[in-house]
Design a protein around this ligand. Sequence first.
Ligand code: HEM
Length: 176
Amino acid sequence: MNLSKGITLGLLLVVLVSACSDSSTSDSTPLAQEEQTQETTSTQDTTSLYARLGGIYSIATVVDDFIERLVVNDILNANPAIDEARASVPKAGLKYRVTEMMGWATGGPQTYTGRSMEETHADMNITEQEWQAMMSDFQATLDQFNVPAQEQGELIAILEGPKADIVAATMSPIEY
Ligand code: HEM
């Protein structure tokens, strides 16, 4: 089963679980167990973006695909400061931190433990063009996993929230 099918199934499962809300239906996959556990622990969680996306397994799968696209993005790789910063951290660690942040930002039980967006991206001279390149990769990932339009809009708003802390907007175009 490919990943996008997995995610779509995850989303369907959430709908099913919340519709049936019968925690006794046993589906032993980690994803379903995690969703059921969360479903039974706090009722409002069935409407959180976190729950609608299918919990942390689905979010981690989306972040994994997204970061794999970023690391081969020619526009981002043309910026030596981004390249250097990315080479300074293990990819798995970056995926973990972004997944943790997305879990927290979508209403999940996670707590983000990383640095602020300003501190993290301060020395990367990120331009508007690089920002748009990153957002195009994010859009491609959301489409790959058939994330519904409503949830896409909410996820894009989360990424755009700290834009002013990430894009060095005042800098004149940089010649590499
Ligand atoms: C063009 C846009 C972006 C580029 C080029 C970029 C690049 C990077 C790089 C290279 C790192 C690893 C370097 C390090 O940890 O020192 C990083 C870390 C991180 N980025 Fe970005 N990023 C961008 C946008 C964003 C956005 C929109 C978010 C979330 C809203 C985000 C969240 C994070 C997080 C959570 C970390 C880990 C911070 C930590 O470990 O303390 N980034 N980014």
